[in-house]
Each structure stands twice: as structure tokens, then as C-alpha cells.
Design a protein around this ligand. Structure first.
Ligand SMILES: *Cc1c(COP(=O)(O)O)cnc(C)c1O
Length: 494
């Protein structure tokens, strides 16, 4: 198994190298040369950790002892014994992915990634006989990756991490989670710009030759914890299999039945993991791409035209406030029969004129697998309120956009009887203000008063990691211009 850039087959790398590098030198994303063979039907009866170890072992065959690695990654970090519980809620099943240390689905992969990188470094040290470089992990975040990555890499030997988040573009809780992060190898900064500016900035740093040279002299190499890193993406395949296994156990489906998944989408990483689950052999029905008002993907799956030249709106689901969905590049590659030429051409157009158009045949094959819908802030809030009233189930605004899109699909396709799983990507307590408002409650200005009010109103417990922020000092308070990201990195403020 080797990994290629989505933009050229010139420089294949080993699985370990792909994880450590994060982004290919030509700016493309790393992708496997073939889908590994895996006996998928044997996965359904396994616990989440074992499913994860089998999948990771298949995609990263040069990393040994995956069972221990995964066990260490998740041990004592989740407040659900099966990591990703599936709940039956009215017409849908909800897959709760927020039971990890930072209360968002990013934890599933970011608990594993530091362990993967450490193991990959060992593989390369043995292969090259030279000490592995110190890794500097650069991460752009729309809110949740930042905290999950900081927590995951905190005090991991041989690594340091810098997170860039859009100043004013994340929720109060998300910001507090990042700026209070402890650890002697961690750093976070707000940037005066959007998530897309942060992500573009990070991608530019990766292709900056002078930076690379300067860091190499200090024995440092760059990597990333964003879902542009294949090591972030592959650990997310597990929960699609786990959910399918749960549905089999409760008798909601029979072996072989297709199941559809509805995914609140931003950078297209979570839903791409569902697509990869299908390539591995999971009977995946529709993959539903749920967007907020920044509905660039809804337009794309409708018309085949991707157009990032538009206003970015701040919404109640800030982790999806994204116009350039990076992992779509991997889908384009996989759906053009692994064509780096076509993929590179689309990406060139995206960079140069901000848009590209795929042909009708490719669009039709995408539409067979994908469905897309978007929800306004109003829709999202109404959905939180109505689902709570009807089913007693409390959702965060991202999840409620997923629920809304699944309902839209049902309305448009009443004949489709396949089971629908809505992925719940964050705890409602990460967005207490919006959730309170959606329930028709008064919203205090202080975020901790909001937590208390939500607890009072629903009787559900506040995740201890969020309450704990109350008494923690703000450590990382710098806000910088995106043009200063490079000098910020070189300062090495740890
Ligand atoms: C990151 C995030 C998303 C979007 O996931 P992608 O993999 O970027 O598509 C959705 N909801 C929440 C809460 C998130 O943190």
C-alpha cells in the first residue's frame, strides 16, 4: 500500500510518511492507491475499539500493534462505554459522536492521531536509521478541531501544536476551551479572518520552501491535525460500521440492508469517511450532506458547479461555516477513477477563479450516492425546539441541521424506506445560548450562566469538561493577521 497526492502520482509515500507529512508537497491531499481488502461482515459484532483497530491496520499496514494503539488512544477518555452510542429518536437513529474529552466528534480521530504519528515516527526512524524530527502540528479550526487537537497533542513527546481559529467566528465555549488549554507544547491564536483564511494560511505554510528550510535547520518538520491529514480521516470510518452493527443487534435492519447516513458537513471529512466505509463494503445507502446557510455544497451537488466566490455568513453552527471543503478534493479524485490530472485541474480552477464545473456524467454518479440540503439558522433552531418537544431529545445546532436535512429527504422521497442515521457531531452544551433560545428560554449573556440555565431547563447533566472552564485562566490570547501566521510559527511561542 502506498499513498499518492490527489494531484500527481509522481511521489508515492508510505502510509507512515503520509500521516507524518499531512499534506503532499504539491498541495494535494494524500490518498491510498487501492482500497484494502477487509472482511467487513466480521466487524459488526466487534466493540468500537476493535473495529477501529482493524480498519486502521488495513489502511496503515506499516504500523504494527494497532490494537494496543487504539486501546491507549481511547482509554478512560469517553463517558460512554461503547464510545459512540446509537439512540433511537422518533423516525431516525442518532449516532452520538460527542462523548469524548472535548464534546465534539473530532475527538474520535484526534484521540488516535497523536498515537498514530508517534508510531509512524518509530517506523521511519527504524527505516532511515536517523532520529525523527520534532513535529510541529499546524491546525486551522472552525471551532472544534482546535480544542480536540490541543487536548490530543498536549504533552505528547516530540510534538508541538499551534491552532489558528477565526477571531469572533467560534462560540464562547469553543474559544474558552482553546484559550485555557494547558500543556508545555501547545499554543493557539485567533486570526483576523474566517476559517477559510486560516486553512488557506496553513496550506500555504506547507508549500513555503523557505519556512521548510528554516524549520529543518532546527530539526522541525510540519504536519497537520486537520482532516486534510489522512490520519485524521481513517479513524472516522469506524463509527459507520459500529452504527450498522447496532442496528443489526436491535433488529432494525437485516444483514445486507442498506442504511443511509445524514452528516452535518463543513470540510467534508466526516461524510467522506462514510463514503470510504461504503468502498470497504458497508451497505451504505444515501449519504446526505447537510449544510447551513453557507450552502456551497448544496449548490455543488445540485448543479455540479463549485463556487466559493460568495459571502461567508456566520451561523448558529459555526463549525460548518466553511466555503472551501477540502476533502471534496479526495472525492473528486476517487470518483474520477483516481485521476490526478482531472483533480489537479479542478483545484487549479478553484484556486485561480474560485470555481469549477464538473461534467454531467460525474455529477450523475455523485447524485446516485449523495443527497444535499441546507438549513437556515431559523430552521436549525425550530428543529431543536420541535425535536425536544416531540421526542424529549436535545440536539446541538449542527446536529439539528442534520436532522432537518434528513427530514427534507424523507419529504422528497417518501418511498425510500431505508433506515436513516443522523450523525450528532457536538454536545448541545457546547452551544448553550442557541439551544436555550431554540427552547424558548431566556438567554443570559454569560456563557456559564447559559450552561446553568440549560441544565435547569432540561435536567440533563453539564459535561464536566465544560463546567471546569469556569475557573481556568485564559492563556492564549493573541489575535493576529493571517499574513503573520508564518512569523508566529517561527517565534515558537511555547
Ligand atoms: C467539524 C464539525 C462538523 C463538520 O465536519 P467536517 O468533517 O468538517 O465536514 C460538523 N459539526 C461539528 C460540531 C463539527 O465540529
Amino acid at each position: 500500500m502506498v499513498y499518492y497526492s490527489t494531484r500527481s502520482h509522481q511521489q508515492p509515500v508510505s502510509p507512515s510518511e503520509a500521516v507524518l507529512q499531512g499534506l503532499a508537497p504539491d498541495g494535494g491531499l494524500y490518498i491510498f492507491d487501492q482500497i484494502p481488502a477487509l472482511d467487513t461482515s466480521s466487524l459488526f459484532s466487534l466493540p468500537a475499539e476493535e473495529i477501529s483497530a482493524r480498519i486502521l491496520g488495513a489502511f496503515f499496514p506499516d504500523i504494527r500493534e494497532m490494537d494496543q494503539l487504539v486501546k491507549a488512544a481511547y482509554q478512560d477518555k469517553f463517558d460512554a462505554p461503547d464510545l459512540v452510542p446509537l439512540k433511537e429518536v422518533g423516525p431516525f437513529s442518532v449516532l452520538e459522536l460527542f462523548h469524548g474529552p472535548t464534546c465534539a466528534f473530532k475527538d474520535i480521530a484526534l484521540c488516535v492521531l497523536p498515537h498514530l504519528m508517534t508510531a509512524a515516527k518509530k517506523v521511519l526512524t527504524v527505516k532511515q536509521g536517523a532520529p525523527a524530527p520534532l513535529l510541529h502540528i499546524l491546525t486551522a479550526t472552525s471551532g472544534d478541531t482546535g480544542k480536540a487537537a490541543l487536548a490530543g497533542f498536549k504533552d505528547v513527546p516530540g510534538t508541538m501544536i499551534t491552532v489558528f481559529y477565526p477571531h469572533g467566528g467560534v462560540s464562547d465555549m469553543q474559544r474558552l476551551q482553546m484559550v485555557t488549554q494547558l500543556g508545555n507544547n501547545v499554543c493557539a491564536a485567533g486570526i483576523l479572518g474566517s476559517f477559510d483564511d486560516a486553512q488557506t494560511g496553513v496550506k500555504n505554510l506547507f508549500t513555503d520552501k523557505s519556512l521548510k528550510k528554516e524549520l529543518a535547520e532546527k530539526g522541525i518538520s510540519l504536519s497537520t491535525a486537520n482532516s486534510i491529514n489522512i490520519g485524521r480521516l481513517i479513524p472516522q470510518i469506524m463509527y459507520y460500521f459500529k452504527a450498522y452493527g447496532d442496528l443489526l443487534r436491535t433488529g432494525k435492519i437485516q444483514p445486507g440492508d442498506e442504511v443511509s447516513f445524514c452528516v452535518p458537513t463543513g470540510n467534508f471529512g466526516d461524510i467522506l469517511a462514510g463514503y470510504l466505509a461504503g468502498l470497504l463494503g458497508l451497505p451504505v445507502g444515501k449519504l446526505m450532506v447537510a449544510s447551513n446557510r453557507n450552502n456551497v455544497l448544496t449548490d455543488f451537488f445540485d448543479s455540479g458547479h463549485y463556487d466559493r466566490v460568495r459571502t461567508l455568513y456566520p451561523t448558529v453552527a459555526p463549525s460548518m461555516d466553511i466555503l472551501v471543503s477540502s476533502n471534496l478534493e479526495r472525492l473528486l479524485y476517487l470518483m474520477t477513477e483516481n485521476s490526478p490530472e482531472k483533480t489537479a485541474d479542478y483545484m487549479k480552477q478553484l484556486k485561480e477563479k474560485g470555481s469549477y464545473q464538473i461534467d454531467g456524467e460525474l455529477l450523475n454518479s455523485m447524485k446516485e450516492r449523495f443527497y444535499a440540503a441546507c438549513a437556515s439558522d431559523q430552521d436549525a433552531k425550530k428543529t431543536i425546539g420541535s425535536v425536544y418537544r416531540r421526542h424529549g431529545y436535545l440536539m446541538d445546532p449542527h446536529t439539528s441541521i442534520g436532522w432537518y436535512a434528513a427530514e427534507q429527504y424523507k419529504k422528497e422521497h417518501p418511498e425510500d424506506q431505508r433506515e436513516i442515521v443522523v450523525l450528532s457531531t457536538a454536545s448541545p452544551y457546547k452551544f448553550p445560548g442557541t439551544v436555550l433560545e431554540s427552547l424558548g428560554q431566556e438567554v443570559p449573556t454569560d456563557p456559564f450562566a447559559q450552561l446553568d440555565a440549560l441544565h435547569h431547563s432540561t435536567g440533563e447533566p453539564v459535561p464536566p469538561s465544560l463546567s471546569a472552564l469556569r475557573s481556568m485562566p485564559e492563556l492564549h490570547t493573541r489575535v493576529i493577521d493571517p499574513r503573520d501566521m508564518k512569523s508566529f510559527i517561527l517565534e515558537g511561542r511555547f
